[in-house]
Design a protein around this ligand. Structure first.
Ligand SMILES: [Zn+2]
Length: 243
């Protein structure tokens, strides 16, 4: 369960509500289209937090201090590249609310977190502090919370997936099996948002899942990326510019 490729990036299912929440938080989210050459529909607004603000981040289920500090350290790796501050608190009140007791690693995408019931988490960090991939998974989930998509679904990725093998692999595995539709959504479906226009595809992104050679055609694989890449930094600087 704690493999990074089990991450679920969650978006609010109702686009109009999602759009309203995004624009209410940051009016610039509505204008994601005007700065690009592409024709835009409602679906292409962005879900970024208001630039310059402090995000309150709540631990809602009482992880111990060592555990909390490890989360804070991994999340804070983004801070040099964004014009946002993080304020970590205990309890239920937060723009982002973290639960640590569920067997899942997931996050709402950016301002979609605003639509979640205030008693519920917007991010699950089930990964245990002693896990070798703890830092990578936490940093990755915070990337989603800041508005970053999955890099392997970049429109220019063109990963030579062996699709029947990928479906079979995810359907038949014991832990957290995925349906064909879930595989399509989490692996194959390219995203079409503002990020793709700003920055080219980057295999080194921390937002890219590792890809096993056995699941691709020919000789194509990608290792787990453990660090925020140059492109990740560039993207965050574009999304949350320091004035
Ligand atoms: Zn993810």
């Amino acid at each position: 369960m704690n493999r990074i490729e089990n991450c679920s990036l969650i978006q609010w299912p109702d686009d109009q509500q999602s759009y309203d929440a995004a624009v209410n938080e940051n009016p610039a989210n509505a204008n994601a289209s005007s700065s690009t050459r592409r024709k835009r529909s409602l679906i292409n607004y962005s879900k970024l937090w208001a630039n310059g603000r402090t995000l309150k981040i709540a631990f809602i289920d009482g992880p111990d201090d060592v555990h909390k500090q490890k989360i804070i350290d991994a999340a804070s790796q983004w801070l040099p590249y964004i014009n946002l501050s993080f304020d970590f608190v205990d309890g239920l009140e937060g723009d982002i609310r973290i639960a640590t007791k569920n067997n899942a690693n997931s996050s709402m995408l950016g301002t979609d977190a605003l639509l979640i019931h205030p008693d519920w988490q917007t991010m699950d960090l089930g990964v245990k502090p002693e896990d070798a991939d703890f830092d990578v998974i936490v940093t990755h989930e915070f990337g989603h919370a800041l508005g970053a998509m999955h890099e392997h679904q970049h429109p220019e990725a063109n990963i030579p997936w062996d699709k029947p093998k990928v479906y079979a692999f995810y359907q038949n595995r014991e832990m957290n099996p995925l349906t064909k539709e879930q595989v399509d959504k989490n692996l194959f479906q390219p995203f079409d948002t503002i990020e793709a226009i700003y920055t080219p595809y980057d295999r080194k992104s921390i937002m890219h899942h590792p890809v096993a050679n056995t699941l691709t055609l020919g000789d194509w694989e990608n290792p787990i990326n453990r660090k925020i890449s140059k492109k990740d930094k560039r993207l965050m600087k574009l999304l949350y510019p320091k004035r």
